[in-house]
Design a protein around this ligand. Structure first.
Ligand SMILES: C[S@@+](CC[C@H](N)C(=O)[O-])C[C@H]1O[C@@H](n2cnc3c(N)ncnc32)[C@H](O)[C@@H]1O
Length: 233
């Protein structure tokens, strides 16, 4: 039997958003909400009007890039993914100044020092851990000096996150990354970690609305449902 390298999303590409909507339903928000909140996090660090070259690594059907376009109106966007079917759907969205490319999971189809920002969301847990070093060295290669890497992941320390992942059909083979492991591999790549922030502490139902303002004070607290690492080349 061939060893797993990464999860192929071709079979999930068409129904991805519907499936995801169902999986996150109990949170009180939909799939689009989870795509957009991460891009809004980037606005804490990045200039909205900047002429940024942004790579959406493991872009899937391009839903994050829809919100990159919305919040970073002058950015040029590239996306890359191993799933050709997902890339087809991303390109059909006709997002202005965005191009999506399928690749083989080893060498990214981009120049050295091309991007100001590499953004990735919920991708690394679909890649065999032994391959993370190679992926990160590719991300390092395509980032400009001073470029920023944002890696959003599920937090395995949160029991609700583990439940959602257990019940999600496209997460069947997922192996979640502990924040300590993620910090370790990111440091090893040569990228310099500036932030490790936890997110999503409360459900999004109306009842919890008054608590949402507190979340920005809790980014240090390691029980949020997701987290991200921000690192600089
Ligand atoms: C859970 S989906 C997330 C898609 C998108 N980032 C989002 O947040 O909507 C995981 C994606 O990672 C992609 N993927 C898996 N292994 C990969 C690799 N080695 N390089 C790039 N993308 C990969 C899959 O094809 C899939 O589109």
């Amino acid at each position: 039997m061939e060893e797993r390298q990464f999860d192929n999303f071709d079979e999930h590409a068409v129904g991805y958003r519907k499936t995801h909507d169902k999986v996150v339903e109990m949170s009180g928000a939909d799939s689009d909400y989870f795509s957009e909140y991460k891009i809004v996090e980037l606005l804490k660090f990045e200039e909205a009007q900047g002429k940024l070259n942004v790579l959406d690594f493991g872009c899937g059907d391009g839903n994050s890039s829809v919100y990159i376009r919305k919040h970073f109106t002058k950015a040029s966007i590239c996306g890359a993914d191993v799933s050709e079917a997902s890339i087809g759907i991303a390109n059909e969205k006709n997002i202005i100044n965005a191009v999506f490319k399928a690749y083989d999971g080893s060498k990214l189809p981009f120049e050295d020092n091309q991007f100001d920002v590499v953004f990735t969301s919920m991708v690394f847990h679909h890649i065999e851990h032994r391959l993370h070093d190679g992926i990160l060295s590719e991300i390092y290669r395509v980032l400009k000096k001073g470029g920023r890497f944002y890696n959003f992941e599920h937090n395995p320390n949160n029991p609700l996150t583990r439940k959602v992942v257990r019940e999600c059909e496209f997460d069947e083979d997922a192996v979640l990354l502990k924040p300590s492991y993620n910090k370790h591999v990111t440091n090893k790549s040569g990228l310099k970690i500036e932030n490790l922030n936890f997110t999503l502490f409360f459900p999004r139902h109306k009842l919890f609305k008054i608590f949402l303002g507190l979340e920005k004070l809790l980014s240090w607290c390691p029980i949020g449902a997701q987290y991200y690492i921000r690192a600089i080349k």
